[in-house]
Ligand binder design. Sequence first.
Ligand SMILES: Nc1ncnc2[nH]cnc12
Ligand SMILES: [Zn+2]
Length: 324
Amino acid sequence: MTAHLKKAELHCHIEGATPPELALRQARKYGVDTSAIIRDKAYVWEDFTSFVKCYDAVASLFRTEGDYALLAETYLTELAEAGTIYSEIIVSPDHGNTIGLGADAYLEGLAAGMEAARAKTGIESRMLITGIRHLGPESVARTAEYAAMHRHPLVTGFNLAGEERMHSVAEFARAFDIVRDAGLGLTIHAGELSGAFSVRDALDHVRPSRISHGVRAIEDADLVKRLADEGVVLEVCPGSNISLQVFPDFASHPLRPLYEAGVRVTLNSDDPPFFHTSLAQEYEIAAHVMGFGDSDIDRMTKTAIESAFVDEPTRERLLEALHV
Ligand SMILES: Nc1ncnc2[nH]cnc12
Ligand SMILES: [Zn+2]
C-alpha cells in the first residue's frame, strides 16, 4: 500500500484530468453529444492522434471561468485526498482562446479553483503554460510571449506538449528563450513518441531543468549518463506510457533502469482518466508492479519538490511537510 505516503506531481494536463462524469455533466450543460468520445463512462481513443482529438473535444466542454475553476478544484481536491501536498498542472491558454473565453479568463478560472482547493485541503499548486507543438513554432512563440508578459503569480513554468513527431526542437528554441528570459521554469515533452534523439535535442536547444517523459533516453546509454551527470529531472508517467504503447508492458518500462543509473525521476499521471490511472495508482504501480520500496518512492517525491517551479520559502515548507 502507498496510501500512507505523501505525494507530489509535476506533470498533469488539466483538461486531461477531467473525470468522464464531469465531462458528461458539462456536455449536458451545453447540450453537446458525447457519444463519439465517451462510452460506458470511459474516453474513446485508439492512438495518439485520436487521443488528441478526444482531449480537444473534452476541453471544448469548459467554456467559462467557473467551469475551469470547477475542473481545477475537483482535480486538486481528489489529489489532496490521496495525500498529495503539491501539484503542477499543465494549462493551455490556446484552449481558452479556441473556446472564445480568452487566455486571461482561462487562467483566472483555474487560479480560483486552485485557491479554493488550497483553502479546503492545504494542497499547494502552480500552473505551467504549454505551447502546442502541432500548432507550429509561430503559435508556440505567441503562447510564450503571452506567458512572459502575463506573469500570473501562479504561473511558474512553460512546457511544450502535443505531437512530438512534428517539427524539430530547434524550431522552438526562440519560444523557450522568451520564457527563460522571463524567469519561468522550463520543461519539454521529449522522448515519449520520439526516441533518444528528441531528448538530446531538447537538452541542446532548450536547456530545461526537467524533461516531460524522457523515458526513451533509455535507447542511448551515453544520453542516460548525461541526464544523470547533469541532474536533469524526468517527469515519468508509467501508466500513460503503457496506455499509449510507448512500451508494451510495465516489465519493459525503463523507470527502474533509469533510477538505478542515477537519473533523477519523479512519478506523474499525465492525463489520468484517459489512461485509466491516477497519481495514487502510479504510486501503487511503482511499489507493487515495479518493486520500489517506500524509501525509493519517497526519494522520487523529494526529487519532485526539489525540482518544482516554486519560490524557495515554499520549497522549504513542502520539504518539511514531506517529513512530518
Ligand atoms: N502524453 C502527452 N504527450 C504529448 N502531449 C500531450 N498532451 C496531453 N497529453 C499529452
Ligand atoms: Zn504530458
